[in-house]
Design a protein around this ligand. Structure first.
Ligand SMILES: *Cc1c(COP(=O)(O)O)cnc(C)c1O
Length: 399
């Protein structure tokens, strides 16, 4: 900042910063989806195909979830009225927690108001001063913030590099009281997987606890969509804490932590972002409960999502556009330059396809991309239509 900025009023200084962001193609603004969250919806009043939502199973506007939310409102009203430890724990919280524990095959589960606060809760409650957290370099912002707030020492290992993690564990073996390894299972920007079996083996060898963020894995990974544990054949004895969100594939909002009862009981007593906030409202709980029940009844939804993702990746490969090979519905398509990325995003939107461009600081400089996310309520012919558009601009993507 130049010296004269000091004398500007705060709003003027903030506005100047935004102008500087716009100059480098990094200004962000909100877009309004005017229809329901589903593959065919309306954006700013125009029909679009939505290819950047986390509503992976297309459940956000599913009749079963709508019915679950309505029944919950009819019976229990609009609000929990208090925090969980006062009088905000309702029968629906218990039912959802029981359903989630059964779904995750863990002794116990606890729901939180969002994935962001669930991660803050876990990281700030389970470790603190004198402890150490080992965190993947590409972990989600909510994990990064939880690590900072925890006051534990932070050891960041290079993305998905088990050898680097092993080296950090070895070097710090005697120096700390409690040790916690934390990783996303599916990384949100690239859609790639953490090497969880190797990480779980290291956790066991070095007597560290393991916490996994299944935000993009719940309803997505494993034959029944139970998450990364199911996919890798690991259970709650291998992964101590499995966190996941209810606002992505499960089509509602909120989050859960599943694991050994001792962890859950501790969180209920100590986690500030669980204790000092009004509990989730009935509508959200009723929708989440319906989503879990539906997924247990119809796990084939997960297979359909996978088939669509495989089809789309194959289509891009035919166009000689480079894509990842991960079993997830997140398909990043690399462009590089942020302005070109946003121009491409606008070009797709003019043709009725909404794909968000991802720029720094979310991704490193020079690695801007179009992040396509697929959902089970798309059709194969929708994807053909999108692939035809990619074909027109194929030379502008990395091959
Ligand atoms: C979305 C997300 C969260 C936050 O979950 P919310 O329920 O949206 O707050 C946490 N971790 C990861 C990896 C996510 O993608």
């Amino acid at each position: 900042m130049s010296g004269s900025d000091v004398h500007k009023s705060l709003p003027a200084a903030l506005a100047a910063e935004l102008v500087a962001l716009a100059d480098v193609g990094q200004l962000r603004f909100l877009r309004t989806v005017s229809g329901a969250q589903q593959a065919h919806t309306t954006l700013d009043g125009r029909p679009v195909l939505l290819l950047c939502s986390n509503n992976y199973l297309g459940l956000a506007n599913h009749p079963r979830l709508l019915a679950g939310a309505r029944a919950a409102v009819d019976q229990y009203g609009c609000s929990a009225g208090a925090s969980r430890l006062i009088s905000g724990t309702m029968r629906l919280h218990e039912e959802l927690e029981e359903a989630l524990a059964a779904f995750k095959k863990t002794p116990k589960a606890l729901v939180f108001n969002s994935g962001y606060v669930a991660n803050l809760a876990l990281l700030t409650t389970l470790v603190g001063d004198g402890d150490v957290i080992y965190s993947d370099a590409l972990n989600h912002a909510s994990i990064v913030d939880g690590c900072r707030l925890s006051r534990a020492r932070l050891q960041i290992y290079r993305h998905a590099e088990v050898d680097h993690l092993a080296q950090l564990l070895e070097n710090t073996a005697a120096s700390f009281r409690r040790r916690l390894i934390v990783t996303d299972s599916v990384f949100s920007m690239d859609g790639d997987l953490a090497p969880l079996p190797e990480i779980a083996a290291l956790a066991r060898r070095y007597d560290a606890a393991l916490m996994v963020d299944d935000a993009h894995a719940t309803g997505v990974l494993g034959l029944c969509g139970r998450g990364s544990g199911e996919y890798f054949c690991l259970d709650y004895k291998d992964i101590d804490l499995q966190m996941g969100t209810l606002g992505k594939a499960l089509g509602s909002c909120g989050a859960y932590v599943a694991g050994d009862a001792r962890f859950i009981n501790y969180l209920i007593n100590k986690a500030r972002s669980f204790i000092y906030t009004t509990a989730l409202p009935p509508a959200a709980l009723g929708a989440s409960l319906a989503a879990v029940q539906l997924l247990v009844e119809k796990p084939e939804m997960v297979l359909r999502l996978r088939a669509l993702a495989d089809y789309f990746r194959q289509g891009l490969r035919h166009l000689e556009i480079a894509v990842n090979d991960d079993p997830t519905p997140i398909v990043p398509v690399r462009v590089g330059d942020p302005q070109r990325t946003m121009a491409l995003s606008a070009w797709f939107l003019e043709r009725g396809v909404f794909i968000q461009g991802i720029r720094p600081p979310t991704v490193p400089s020079g690695q801007s991309l179009l992040r396509v996310t697929l959902s089970a309520d798309l059709t194969f012919s929708d994807l053909d239509q999108v692939l035809a558009l990619f074909a027109e601009r194929r030379r502008e993507f990395k091959s």
